[in-house]
Ligand binder design. Structure first.
Ligand SMILES: Cc1cc2nc3c(=O)[nH]c(=O)nc-3n(C[C@H](O)[C@H](O)[C@H](O)COP(=O)(O)OP(=O)(O)OC[C@H]3O[C@@H](n4cnc5c(N)ncnc54)[C@H](O)[C@@H]3O)c2cc1C
Length: 464
């Protein structure tokens, strides 16, 4: 079947958010509210901040405001790869923080264990499967790069399993696969929306007051704390934590550090037993190929394949808009590439096609700081790997608001910020040149041109 036809019934909504378990929204704030800690944003970043704050101090009065509905944005529409890595992968961490990468990896592993323990503690059923992830080479130069990564990983005392072509194809069968490395412990698959909704329920259970459809419009100092304006009320808070991801930060000076980049995904109908048998995939691992423009793919609980990535789209001006969630040309490319990877699945149809904004920064991993003399903390810049790392970011924000020196706040990654993006139109032009250079590198055996090599030297980049 032609790949466009496979898309003809696809609904323009994230599969995960169609779940019948989607909770009703909490009422909006009307009037004034007072609290010790105000959390802005009802994605994982905000939810973890509220939850961990209550776990650290049950007597703390915590309010969370969400502009739309908890989990509607990236947190409810992502691929559900919950990774231990805090650095957007081992390779990026090695390039930027070689001296503290061992510590970052340990903190990341603890963080992933902490997420798993939280799900157990609050009885959250988020379809958690700790099956690991296989990073796959589909071109010979990628195989060399993967072997280099495996060697470096071993030097840090970490464990990955190198798979040759036949070993990989015994796990999951595609004629395009040449080999891979399997991180068995460091990644779990999760139902992203159920994770967000479960965290919301856990927060409510601990006494966090949540107001949905309540955008925080402005921040200002008020006495010893902060005052925050919302459409129908005000909140007076001792401290404020911002988990607003790719949306315009309430602290304006943060804005040049982040650009919203749109990432897209397809979901197939559930595979039959014969279709599943045709591709193997008994271990249900998360998979991704290792091109610059990479795909990520995984099975859902009911054996659909989520297939996402490849295009990472920045639009001039850097706005976050609902109409950007749909991009038919990207969906057609993704569908075509899906059938190239799995020709055995000829005839499978897609039920959902959607996109969402990620908060790309030039170093691809989160940065943290405070504003308003330590009363406001923020964490942003998770790029495409925030499902797990946002919990770590929540801990960092709470450490910073408490004025505590911890192992986390001592990290260079926490103390230093990335380079900001230049203003428009230079930003748009620069991202365009970078994207085209990355595409060319994928076609030419990974060869990085002068532009990419210059960016590498400056520690700058563009990724999803
Ligand atoms: C298609 C896609 C696939 C992805 N796949 C993966 C993956 O497989 N693995 C992975 O690790 N990461 C993935 N990511 C990234 C991951 O989803 C994010 O890093 C993570 O969800 C970030 O959580 P967050 O809470 O910071 O942001 P969000 O989930 O975007 O939440 C921010 C919230 O803040 C609210 N908000 C913003 N401004 C205000 C305001 N002024 N007042 C009140 N509320 C406000 C928004 O309405 C929003 O709900 C993917 C992202 C996308 C889009």
């Amino acid at each position: 079947m032609d790949s466009a036809r496979a898309l003809s019934d696809a609904r323009p909504t994230p599969f995960w958010l169609e779940d019948p378990g989607r909770p009703t929204a909490q009422p909006a704030l009307v009037g004034d509210a007072h609290c010790d800690l105000l959390v802005v944003g009802g994605g994982y970043s905000g939810l973890w901040t509220a939850l961990v704050a209550k776990e650290r101090d049950p007597s703390l009065d915590v309010v969370l405001v969400e502009g739309q509905e908890v989990g509607w944005a990236a947190s409810g529409r992502n691929g559900g790869f919950c990774a231990a890595s805090l650095t957007h992968g081992f390779g990026n961490g090695l390039q930027r923080w070689p001296a503290e990468l061992g510590r970052l990896e340990r903190l990341g592993a603890d963080n992933l264990d902490g997420i798993e323990a939280t799900l157990t503690r609050y009885g959250i059923d988020a379809e958690w499967e700790r099956t690991g992830e296989i990073d796959i080479a589909t071109q010979p130069h990628q195989l060399d790069e993967l072997h280099e990564v495996a060697e470096a990983v071993a030097q840090y005392g970490l464990d990955v399993t190198v798979l040759d072509r036949d070993e990989l194809r015994a796990q999951v069968d595609s004629p395009t696969f040449l080999g891979g490395i399997w991180d068995k412990e460091g990644v779990a698959m999760v139902h992203p929306a159920k994770l967000a909704w479960g965290l919301k329920q856990a927060c409510l259970g601990l006494g966090v007051r949540i107001f949905e459809h309540t955008p925080a419009e402005a921040l200002r100092e008020h006495g010893a704390g902060m005052a925050v304006r919302t459409p129908y009320g005000r909140i007076f808070a001792g401290k404020v934590a911002l988990g607003t991801n790719a949306f315009p930060s309430l602290v304006k000076r943060v804005r040049p550090y982040i650009v919203p980049v749109y990432d897209y995904a397809l979901m197939t109908e559930p595979l039959s037993d014969e279709q599943l048998a045709a591709i193997g995939w008994k271990g249900r691992q998360g998979l991704s190929d290792s091109a610059n423009k990479f795909h990520y793919f995984r099975l859902s609980a009911d054996n659909r394949i989520l297939w996402g990535g490849y295009d990472a789209v920045y639009r001039f001006g850097g706005h976050v808009r609902h109409e950007y969630d749909q991009r038919p040309e990207t969906f057609r490319t993704l569908a075509r590439n899906f059938f190239t990877c799995f020709p055995q699945l000829e005839g499978v149809r897609f039920t959902n096609a959607w996109g969402g904004a990620i908060d790309t920064c030039t170093r691809f991993s989160a940065f943290f700081d405070t504003a308003y003399r330590g009363r406001v903390a923020y964490a942003a810049g998770y790029t495409g790997l925030g499902v797990g790392a946002t919990r770590f970011g929540a801990e960092v924000m709470l450490d910073l608001l408490a004025g505590e020196r911890t192992e986390r706040t001592e990290l260079e990654m926490v103390r230093r910020k990335p380079l900001p993006f230049p203003p428009e139109p230079v930003r748009w032009a620069g991202i365009g040149i970078t994207t085209r250079s990355l595409e060319r590198a994928d076609r030419t055996g990974g060869e990085r041109n002068l532009w990419l090599r210059t960016l590498d030297k400056l520690g700058l980049g563009f990724d999803s």
